[in-house]
Design a protein around this ligand. Structure first.
Ligand code: DGJ
Length: 700
């Protein structure tokens, strides 16, 4: 049919009707063929006391055509051209992608809307470019991507958080009005992760229809989900532009960040599975055959107290425990003795390292480990050589007093001299030293982010991407971690030029369980930095047994974050055990399909990873079990026709308080069929609060 564009992926269809403007008619399960009467059967009635015409919920809804909810585009040209109405003038369609060109000759604007449906992962990508085809400047206030969801998407799950408590989920009704999230913090943020789920009435981890969304952007954003008064509903996401931030000169364009979406008929597991697949094949650039090395990061071990001989001792201990990459965190550069000084002076502190950094790196390498270094390039301390020489490089609004954040300020990356300085510093560090890995930190929000007086979050974010891209071009081997006070800059766009996230500064394993679960809806385990911290967590003062800490760190990209020299030998052996366990299952964890199971005890998290031939499942008891006896573990995602060898891999060794007799199978290897495991399940031991066990299942 001429007016229909049908994009197809493995499991999904995206059907777009192209009238005056393109409008999505269906986004969900794959439709085998489009019926000749489909257009007629989807024609809407016009209700009483409203406009006399049907108003499409188009790919860029227009105020000017009578869409009374959030328009896709807002702006004006000297007070005019503020309600454009577009006409489709061109389309280019292939099996998995479509580009629509729309034009408004009166407002003198052109839109190019790109929609792609990735065949393997079923992930939809959408972005819009607006071009000013008039002579005068056009002030763009908003350009967002809109994707509709069907009427039976009646529940909404959003993400909120804060430092050390990221990726918290919140469920609510999605029936009238809507939901809105705005981020003005200048980075992806701990508070407002740009992701959202909409689902049917009872969607869960394992079941239900769900539509998942993520805006790939590391600056400000607006994310909303609206129910129109006629019942139609949509999600809209784009960059939040400050007044005057985007003024388009003649022929100038603005392109939105990519909005990613996917549909699942198997609950949130289907969403994460699709996003993970998409990330692995379309976003991540990581050598396929290289296992992700286990880290030791020095931060919580020594903070700013750097003594090369001691650091070497730490490295030796780390390698004895099985660590494969040793990272020197904050405190290595000239004058950096605490939080208030030296950011910007990216030269080795020779007082701390009189022999240079080379002997430390050599020692690390001699222990068979890679070396990594912490940097925070976008920042400047007022007490620094850089600030004394270039006070004008600060991103600020002249004449105002700007509050500091962690006693530091942000550099204006759009200033070419500043950009060149940062590139030169990073380039020369990477050239001089054998650095395999940069931990790229960013520890404050942007307040009054002005470049030459104009709002500059957009420009700053693009400049950051450019800096990372140039660096990776010059040093393609280096891996970069996106750490922004842990968890502050986690999104698909930054992941295109980084390799791992520091998921949270919170190493408290109990808190981490929830943070990591929230993050797992979008990101696969191999990019989720997860470290075993000291027994008393530095952020919460809560103490955890090594079982809980080890098991929680094990399922991401594992690391250790403490001083291994000070740890008692017994604890070191325990670290070594969990590191070995991680390595044993690393290939499966980092390539398999992650899932979460619905736990009937709400105080449990049950999650795992499935490969072709095997699965691992972790059960974590977050708090006192609800009942005296645990619910059998029923494994919904198992292959029902297969037979499995089932073994307990790990549970706390200490004597149990809540259980006086262990189920016998814990010391045996069971043989169980997939359908037994799915329907009858496996009876678990009783877990004490804040402990975890792991089961391995292998197909026979
Ligand atoms: C914040 C990071 O999240 C920490 O891991 C650590 O690198 C500190 N900054 C260093 O200042």
């Amino acid at each position: 049919m001429k007016n229909i564009v049908h994009l197809i992926s493995k499991n999904c269809s995206l059907i777009i009707k192209v009238g005056r403007v393109p409008e999505i008619l269906h986004w969900g399960p794959k439709i085998r063929q489009i019926d000749p009467d489909m257009l007629l059967s989807t024609e809407r009635p016009i209700s009483q006391a409203r406009l006399d015409v049907d108003v499409p919920l188009s790919l860029c809804p227009e105020l000017g055509s009578g869409h009374f909810n959030a328009p896709g585009l807002e702006g004006h040209r000297n007070g005019n051209d503020w309600a454009p109405v577009f006409e489709t003038v061109e389309r280019n369609v292939s099996e998995n992608s479509a580009t629509f060109t729309l034009s408004d000759a009166i407002a003198q604007l052109k839109l190019v809307i790109d929609v792609k449906l990735d065949f393997e992962s079923d992930v939809v990508q959408k972005r819009i470019t607006v071009t000013n085809i008039g002579h005068d400047e056009y002030s763009l206030s908003k350009l967002s991507s809109t994707l509709p969801v069907p009427r039976h998407a009646t529940k909404l799950m959003s993400f909120h958080g804060r430092w050390s408590r990221e990726f918290q989920t919140h469920r609510q009704e999605f029936s009238h009005g809507g939901f809105m999230q705005e981020n003005r913090r200048g980075r992806t943020s701990h508070e407002n992760f740009p992701g959202l789920m909409l689902g049917d009435d009872h969607f869960s981890e394992q079941s239900g229809q769900v539509w998942g969304f993520h805006l790939g952007w590391s600056g400000n954003h607006q994310l909303r989900a609206d129910v129109k008064s006629d019942g139609r509903r949509f999600v809209q996401a784009g960059e939040l532009l400050f007044s005057g931030e985007s003024i388009l000169a003649a022929e100038e364009s603005y392109t939105t960040p990519w909005l990613y979406g996917c549909y699942s008929n198997s609950g949130l597991n289907g969403i994460s599975d699709r996003f993970h697949r998409f990330v692995r094949t379309n976003i991540l650039k990581f050598p396929v055959n290289k296992p992700r090395p286990v880290h030791l990061n020095t931060w919580e071990g020594i903070y700013f107290d750097h003594k090369p001989e001691y650091i070497k001792e730490m490295a030796s201990e780390a390698s004895r425990m099985g660590v494969e990459r040793f990272i020197i965190d904050d405190g290595w550069f000239i004058g950096r003795d605490g939080e208030r000084t030296a950011l910007g002076d990216w030269y080795l502190d020779e007082k701390k390292y009189p022999e240079g950094l080379e002997p430390v790196i050599q020692h690390v390498n001699d222990q068979g480990m890679e070396f990594g270094l912490w940097v925070e390039p976008e920042m400047i301390s007022k007490e620094s050589i850089l600030y004394r020489n270039h006070p004008d490089w600060v991103l600020e609004l002249k004449g105002y007093h700007q509050p500091s954040g962690r006693w530091q300020y942000v550099l204006d990356l759009q200033n070419p001299d500043c950009f060149a300085y940062l590139f030169e510093r990073l380039d020369s560090l990477l050239s001089q030293y054998n650095i395999a890995y940069l931990k790229w930190d960013m520890n404050r929000e942007l307040v009054q982010p002005g470049h030459e007086g104009r709002p500059a979050v957009h420009g700053q974010t693009q400049a950051l991407y450019r800096l990372l891209d140039r660096l990776l071009e010059a040093h393609p081997e280096v891996e970069i971690e996106s750490c922004s006070s842990g968890g502050g800059r986690i999104d698909f766009e930054i992941l295109k030029r980084t390799h791992r996230f520091w998921a949270s500064d919170c190493n408290d394993a109990l808190e981490r369980q929830t943070i990591q679960r929230g993050m797992s809806y979008f990101f696969p385990p191999e990019v989720m930095g997860a470290h075993i911290g000291p027994d008393e967590a530095h952020t919460t003062r809560r103490c955890h047994h090594i079982n809980m800490r080890g098991m929680t760190a094990l399922s991401g990209h594992m690391g250790v974050e403490l001083d291994p020299v000070k740890v008692p030998e017994e604890e070191k052996l325990a670290f070594a055990k969990y590191i070995a366990l991680h390595k044993e299952f690393r290939q499966l964890l980092h390539t398999g399909r992650s899932f979460r199971l619905n736990a009937s005890d709400k105080r449990q998290h049950i999650y795992g990873v499935k490969g072709h031939e095997e699965l691992v499942i972790t059960v974590c008891q977050l708090a006192m079990p609800e009942y005296a006896l645990p619910t059998p573990l029923r494994i919904s995602c198992i292959d029902v026709d297969a037979t499995y060898e089932v073994k307990l891999v790990e549970m706390p060794e200490t004597s149990f308080q809540l259980m006086k007799q262990r189920p016998q199978w814990l010391d045996k290897t069971l043989t169980l069929s997939g359908d037994n495991l799915k329907e009858i399940g496996l009876t678990l031991p009783i877990l004490d609060p804040e402990s975890a066990l792991m089961v391995h299942l292998k197909k026979i």
